[in-house]
Design a protein around this ligand. Structure first.
Ligand code: PEP
Length: 248
């Protein structure tokens, strides 16, 4: 089964009304590969204007995080109902920056994933190991533990995309090699098959994230378990279009 190539753009806490409008304008005007599905995730403050500005049918908008409640006394949080109300369809969850700086546990990420999915928001679920864990040979143990927490909560994985993002590669300019990413993605898929069955494992998209850019994505082209990219820094730049078009 062919999995649709998926590119997520994580703007993180970057941009302004003007610069994000320029990024969206560039995407609207570009000849994007019709076989690529694109989800851009601006800061929450710009979700509304981003949704309003997107004209390309293959570009959707997502949040970078949501909470486990849709409303109430939860100061500072993002609501699934409110992001849906704005027209956003996706959210990133479990990004390593949230796990590290905001102390999000595997269990909390799992609960948020379930809540988002139950409320009609699709999820880009981030997993990945630190440099220390990589050096200790724990990569698979770490990602399997992260996934196990979500597997315990989520039964239907149709609206989940997994982003394998080794923490040591995020924002460092040191991307994993395509060969290493392929090997880990294949292991993740095998693990998912053992827990969720062959069909789910075969259909789910597994993205690579970590210093992906316009120059290095071509090396992933023939990697059959790399179904796209979650892109941070380069999603703010013109080369994001090259990444979207890298399977053309
Ligand atoms: C990310 O933040 O998800 C990411 C992959 O960042 P970068 O592409 O900048 O490494």
């Amino acid at each position: 089964m062919a999995r649709t190539f998926f590119i997520g753009g994580n703007f993180k806490l970057n941009g302004s009304k003007k610069s994000i409008a320029e990024i969206v304008d560039r995407l609207n005007k570009a000849a994007l590969d019709v076989n690529s599905e694109v989800v851009i995730c601006p800061p929450a403050a710009y979700l509304d204007s981003t949704v309003q500005a997107v004209t390309s049918k293959q570009v959707s908008v997502g949040a970078q995080n949501v909470y486990v409640k849709a409303s109430g006394a939860y100061t500072g949080e993002n609501s699934v109902d409110q992001i849906k109300d704005l027209g956003a369809k996706w959210t990133i969850l479990g990004h390593s920056e949230r796990r590290e700086y905001f102390k999000e546990t595997d269990q909390f990420v799992a609960e948020k994933t379930k809540f988002a999915l139950d409320n009609g928001v699709s999820v880009i679920l981030c997993i990945g190991e630190s440099l220390e864990e990589k050096k200790a040979g724990q990569t698979l143990a770490v990602v399997e533990k992260q996934l196990t927490a979500v597997i315990a909560e989520v039964k239907d994985w149709t609206n989940v995309v997994i982003a394998y993002e080794p923490i040591w590669a995020i924002g460092t300019g040191l991307a994993a090699t395509a060969e290493d990413a392929e090997e880990i993605h294949a292991s993740i898929r095998k693990f998912l098959a053992s827990k969720l069955g062959d069909k789910v494992a075969e259909e789910i998209r597994i993205l690579y994230g970590g210093s992906a850019n316009g120059a290095n994505v071509a090396s992933f082209k023939d990697k059959k378990n790399v179904d796209g990219f979650l892109v941070g820094g380069a999603s703010l730049k013109p080369e994001f279009v090259d990444i979207i078009n890298s399977r053309k």
